[in-house]
Design a binder for this molecule. Structure first.
Ligand SMILES: O=C(O)CCC(=O)C(=O)O
Length: 254
């Protein structure tokens, strides 16, 4: 099965998005898709992530990245069947393919919980070079598992910055500092926001009393030459046997 066949089989189709939504994503570099997970699903998933974070302890996130002041859990597809939906949702995938095309592969599926008082990251693009507008390699779906606000560290983004043909490290004096043109991604728990990963973005400090959880479904164009997690090698045989053919194709090009 090719990624295109997997996407078609999952229901990816242009009518999953309106023309206005596509235009917004093109110009602003992000797109709120609204509520996708029900309230009870949010609680189940958040609890599972907390449990995984606790069980894995110091090792949590090691397959991908660890970060002080956060609990990151990586390689989620391998950890529980409940995470398959994060890479198979037709509306989410339609938005992702609008940005990077239909020849795509999962680069990583991970979660990040910023702990109270922590979470500020330098603004970054998830790509090593500036790109021409329209020639995009990477795209992210951020699944909010808590209500996101400026107060609890809703992800910082600079709308339209994917079109600047510059990286934040070359343009900004202090990438950790808040910028006048940044906004925070804000939405209810269970919502998804797509962002073109060439958009300048970063974690924001969580000034609330509770952790703020997100799951990041991060896809790359096949042939981009860079993948964060090689799922073909990383997923256990039992996981490969449990995943749908569509999910396995998108994760591991099998
Ligand atoms: O947790 C967030 O709000 C965003 C995280 C992020 O952009 C990253 O880890 O690269």
């Amino acid at each position: 099965m090719t990624s295109l066949e997997a996407l078609q089989s999952l229901g990816v189709a242009s009518d999953q998005l309106t023309d206005d939504e596509r235009a917004f994503l093109d110009v602003q570099g992000y797109l709120p898709l609204g509520q996708i997970l029900a309230a009870d699903e949010v609680v189940t998933i958040r609890n599972r992530l907390d449990e995984l974070g606790e069980t894995e302890g110091e090792d949590a996130g090691r397959e991908l990245h660890t970060e002080d002041g956060t609990v990151r859990v990586a390689n989620l597809l391998d950890k529980d069947a409940i995470f398959e939906r994060f890479i198979t949702h037709p509306r989410v995938l339609t938005a992702i393919t609008h940005v990077i095309g239909t020849s795509i592969q999962l680069s990583s599926l991970s979660s990040r919980a910023s702990l109270p008082g922590h979470g500020q990251q330098g603004l970054h693009a998830d790509w090593h070079d500036p790109v021409e507008p329209g020639d995009y390699y990477v795209c992210n779906a951020a699944w909010m598992l808590d209500d996101f606000s400026a107060a609890n560290g809703g992800t910082r983004i600079i709308p339209g910055s994917h079109l600047r043909q510059q990286l934040p490290q070359d343009a900004l004096q202090d990438r950790e500092a808040d910028q006048p043109d940044q906004i925070n991604m804000t939405s209810k728990a269970g919502s998804v926001i797509i962002f073109n990963s060439h958009l300048w973005h970063g974690g924001a400090v969580n000034r609330s009393q509770a952790p703020r959880h997100v799951v990041l479904s991060y896809f790359t164009r096949i042939g981009s030459g860079y993948i964060q997690n090689d799922h073909k090698a990383l997923l256990r045989a039992a996981t490969k046997a449990r995943l749908s053919e569509e999910a396995l194709t998108l994760a591991a090009a099998i």
